[in-house]
Design a protein around this ligand. Structure first.
Ligand code: C2E
Ligand code: CA
Ligand code: CA
Length: 413
């Protein structure tokens, strides 16, 4: 497990989890338990949640799924409004980020204290962030969630270099050889410090700024690849592509042009696309996805297992790899369902001739398991947390991760 010290959360915090899916209810309860919160009630629907609140009194935090049979999350929020202004609300959904944002606005408009909106599945990091925001109280939490995001301000952030590109390494599970990095954006704001992408990516996407961000990240990453080449480090880099970017017809040409300028093969850049992003508008995305493939650009299916793609849809899509979602990888040593998902996804990838990358590997037990399953790549806090792109070369030279893979530490597959 991560050696990071966990913040102290009040064990008195009372939490209600409203979700019809027992897997999510258990996952949240277990995750909160690990963070020291044991007073967790659960309900399967809005009606049940309201009777529970009536019987047991108010709670401090409510995790609420939006889509439930019977009284759904949207109706529950409306019904709670008058009496539960003191509870922090966290909306969760597996369906769409857009819906989460719309309901998020609605919750705030009802005068409820919205702590955050989270896409399923939730991991330990997200739960910890929620508790941190809750501990900070309504005013600070509100400020932390809402840097003064305006279109001009964000555009200025890109132009003034306030968007930092961090990278996280990916290694071969067998011998620990460096294969590549994934680029992850952060926004370093003078006002409130580092802002994480779950806050600004949805904003950039809905306000038409995501292309500017993607272009910026792509150029920074390709500059780094060219620089690392000069120092003898020849690896790949992956960037995250938002769903709306898949409607951008000039994307293949843009990538080709930028790679050519730096004398880099396009295969050095991998585009990570999410299943939900493609499936939401399959015909439109397929056009760009096919053209990317024809241009020789490698595609990776990110957050595998969390979307709703059918097997036949997946077969239509020209991917080179799948990335197993970190929520399954993180839980696989303790949760048999998560383990089954990881095992069967690996097997599916092998059968379809795809690489299979495990992300979210946080301890040596998970690494050993990933090796046993013969995954092709491994990424996670165990090897390194995301670091500023300019620090990567030194990190690679120091080789602090190498002992993890030394013979004898792990079973050889
Ligand atoms: P993602 O693509 O699934 O990226 C992996 C996330 O997992 C990152 O969160 C990373 O910091 C975190 N992570 C890595 N290893 C571990 C681990 O061992 N344990 C745990 N618990 N977490 C780990 P981050 O950086 O906050 O990024 C969140 C999401 O924001 C990314 O999820 C990606 O979808 C999106 N994102 C980040 N940068 C960009 C960008 O430049 N453009 C677009 N379109 N999306 C971006
Ligand atoms: Ca990714
Ligand atoms: Ca992912």
């Amino acid at each position: 497990m991560s050696t990071e010290t966990l913040p102290e959360f009040s064990p008195d915090c009372r939490v209600l989890v409203v979700d019809d899916d027992p897997f999510t209810r258990n996952m949240i309860a277990r995750g909160l338990g690990k963070l020291g919160i044991s007073s967790v009630f659960s309900a399967e629907s809005g009606e049940q949640a309201r009777s529970l609140l009536e019987a047991r009194g108010s709670v401090d935090l409510i995790f609420c799924d939006l889509g439930m049979p019977g009284e759904d999350g949207v109706t529950l929020m409306r019904n709670l409004a008058a009496d539960h202004a003191g509870s922090g609300i966290v909306l969760i959904s597996a369906i769409s980020e857009k819906l989460l944002r719309v309901v998020g606005d609605l919750v705030a408009a009802h005068g409820l204290w919205l702590i955050g909106t989270l896409a399923k599945p939730l991991g330990g990091t997200e739960l910890r962030q929620v508790l941190e925001r809750w501990s900070a109280g309504p005013d600070q939490a509100h400020a932390a969630r809402q840097p003064q995001l305006t279109v001009d301000r964000f555009r200025q952030a890109i132009q003034h270099g306030e968007i930092e590109v961090h990278v996280q390494p990916q290694c071969a599970p067998g011998d620990g050889r460096l294969l590549g990095v994934e680029a992850l954006s952060r926004w370093s704001t003078p006002e409130i410090g580092l802002v994480f992408p779950d806050t600004f990516i949805p904003f950039a996407t809905t306000h038409g700024l995501i292309n500017e961000l993607t272009d910026y990240v792509t150029r920074r990453v390709l500059d780094a690849l060219a620089h690392w080449d000069e120092h003898g480090l020849h690896i790949t880099a992956a960037i995250n592509i938002a769903a709306t970017t898949l409607h951008r017809v000039d994307l293949p040409d843009f990538i080709h042009g930028e790679c050519a300028q730096r004398n880099l093969d396009v295969k050095r850049l991998i585009l990570e696309l999410t299943e939900a992003g493609i499936v939401d508008n399959l015909s439109k995305s397929l056009d760009v996805v096919s053209r990317l493939y024809l241009a020789g650009i490698e595609l990776s299916l990110d957050d595998f297992g969390t979307g709703h793609a059918t097997l036949s849809q997946l077969r239509q899509l020209p991917f080179s790899e799948i990335k197993l979602d970190r929520s399954f990888v993180g839980a696989m040593m303790t949760d048999p369902e998560a383990r089954t998902i990881v095992e069967s996804s690996c097997e599916l990838a092998h059968r379809l001739g795809l690489r299979c990358v495990a992300e979210g590997v946080e301890d040596t037990e998970a690494l050993a398991e990933v090796r046993r399953l013969t995954c092709s790549g491994v990424q996670g806090y165990l090897i390194a947390r995301p670091m500023p792109i300019q620090d990567f070369l030194d990190w690679a030279r120091e080789g602090a991760w190498k002992p993890l893979f030394s013979a004898g530490d792990l079973p050889v597959c």
